[in-house]
Design a binder for this molecule. Structure first.
Ligand code: SAH
Ligand code: SF4
Ligand code: F3S
Length: 454
């Protein structure tokens, strides 16, 4: 039987998809890139903004249509939106299976049960805020240990979860209600998993957690974890996302400064520059505390690269509040920054208590304004790389190929990233994927560095 997979959402979902796909391959299924050839359609979903859910609903509309001629296709919806909507999704004509993000080890069984049956299948957390049982955590650990690999992922790279869930309850955010409580994984399990990955040729691991720097297992901190992972032979680069500004222990910066394998890159979302809005967002810091944090990071790790996120149009955000975000983004000098228009999420504090009172037009305009400022900053920073040589881990061939001077002959181009997460595009052969190369930069745009291998 053939499976087709579609993934929405963050890196956590990409990791889950990799695990799920490997578990299906192990169970004898095959992958197809064409939905028309699939016996089973697996959709890993995200609920973070309404738009992410709309895309899933529109895919389900398309599948309902396909099912008219191929009624036996099994459609399984899993991940965050499955946990949020449960039976509402299951009752849709196109859907056979609904499976929460903490139930993915059961997905193969659910699909096998659904084959040749009209019975719909469902497995989600009853009360998502209840801490998962020891057995459930054990099962998730085993599933991850067994199926994490560089396969179905970028060559020589793997994601590794260090914690589940989130307890921060930022007032706009759905994640605590779909991923459950924050639980750190035991360090020995994480380390065993990374050793196994390294033995199969993985060179870069990206540690994942909603607030990865808050990791703590019986007093064993995130800095301790970085230190231990650094000792693993074969692992050359260690990255981690996403950081929560409030929980930074200075030791994390010191570890980054001391250990060459830890990539000097931090993604620390600020979300807003207005203290009033930050308070309403329940973020527990002020914009000046946020700036102090970046300053401390840059002082201890001088060449550190920082990226961020902002939300525009949060309820009650006045022009004055927005201008504080403008000021903050100018001061941070991010390498890049994601900017999102506030999207009310059912069940969150912001949606319950505040009205979504900033018109879409204003959200769009603020989004465009912040993006334009960031683009200028990114372009400036990227320009400073011209003439320099950078070390790059090659991801594979870039979507666009390169034309020679005559504009007729096409060369494949490679794409890769530096330790600081800069995207680099250059000419080279596809078999370099998963290898480290040196590239001299000769051109730069706001998003990309271009150069030639040396
Ligand atoms: N755990 C991470 C990422 C959470 S979701 C963190 O705390 O940084 C990724 C980003 O989506 C957030 O940083 C935030 O900028 C944005 N986001 C979350 N909920 C949102 C909402 N309701 N509307 C718009 N953007 C949102
Ligand atoms: Fe959402 Fe806040 Fe948790 Fe990030 S820290 S996942 S934004 S609640
Ligand atoms: Fe989306 Fe779930 Fe990630 S809501 S952002 S896929 S944790």
């Amino acid at each position: 039987m053939k499976i087709f997979v579609q993934t929405y959402g963050c890196q956590m979902n990409k990791l889950d998809t990799n695990l799920v796909v490997n578990s299906f391959l192990q169970a004898g299924f095959e992958l197809t890139e064409q939905v028309g050839q699939a016996d089973v359609v697996l959709i890993n979903t995200c609920s973070v903004r309404n738009h992410a859910e709309e895309r899933v609903l529109s895919l389900l509309g398309h599948l309902k249509h396909i099912k008219k001629t191929r009624p036996n296709i099994i459609v399984a919806v899993f991940g965050c939106m499955a946990q949020r909507l449960k039976d509402d999704l299951l009752s849709r004509e196109a859907v056979n299976i609904v499976c929460g993000p903490l139930q993915i080890p059961e997905l193969v069984n659910l699909v096998n049960n659904a084959v040749g049956s009209i019975q719909k299948q469902s497995d989600t957390s009853g009360d998502i805020r209840q801490k998962p049982s020891q057995e459930q955590l054990q099962e998730l650990d085993n599933f991850e240990q067994m199926y994490d690999s560089a396969e179905n992922n970028l060559p020589a790279q793997a994601y590794v979860r260090v914690m589940h869930g989130c307890d921060k309850f930022c007032s706009y955010c759905v994640v605590p209600y779909v991923r459950g409580p924050e639980v750190s994984r035991a360090p020995e399990k994480i380390i065993a998993q990374i050793k196994k990955l390294a033995e199969t040729g993985v060179k870069q691991v990206t540690l994942l957690g909603q607030t990865v720097n808050s990791y703590c297992y019986n007093g064993f901190s995130f800095a301790d974890l970085l230190y231990e992972i650094s000792k693993i032979n074969g692992i050359e680069w260690i990255k981690f996302v996403t950081c929560y500004p409030k929980d930074f222990d200075e030791r994390i910066f010191k570890t980054m400064a001391d250990l060459p394998k830890i990539c000097r890159y931090l993604h620390i979302p600020a979300q807003s520059g207005s203290d009033k809005i930050l308070k309403a967002m329940n973020r527990h810091y002020t914009s000046s505390e946020y700036l102090d944090l970046l300053q401390k990071a840059r002082q201890i790790v001088p060449d550190i690269v920082i990226a961020g996120d902002f939300i525009v149009g949060f309820p009650g955000e006045t022009e004055e509040d927005f201008q504080k975000s403008v000021e903050l983004i100018k001061m941070t000098q991010y390498k890049n920054c994601f900017i999102f228009k506030y999207s009310p999420r059912p069940g969150t504090k912001a949606d319950d208590k505040l009205s979504d009172n900033i018109p879409m037009e204003v959200k769009k305009q603020r989004n465009t304004e912040l993006l334009a400022i960031q683009e200028k900053i990114s372009a400036e920073i990227n320009k400073s790389f011209i003439g320099k040589t950078v070390k790059v881990l090659v991801e594979g061939t870039s979507k666009k190929s390169h034309l020679d001077e005559t504009g007729k002959k096409e060369y494949p181009q490679l794409i890769g990233r530096t330790a600081g997460d800069y995207i680099v595009v250059f000419n080279g052969s596809a078999d370099l994927a998963g290898r480290f190369v040196k590239v001299q930069i000769d051109r730069a745009s706001a998003l990309t560095l271009f150069g030639a291998m040396v």
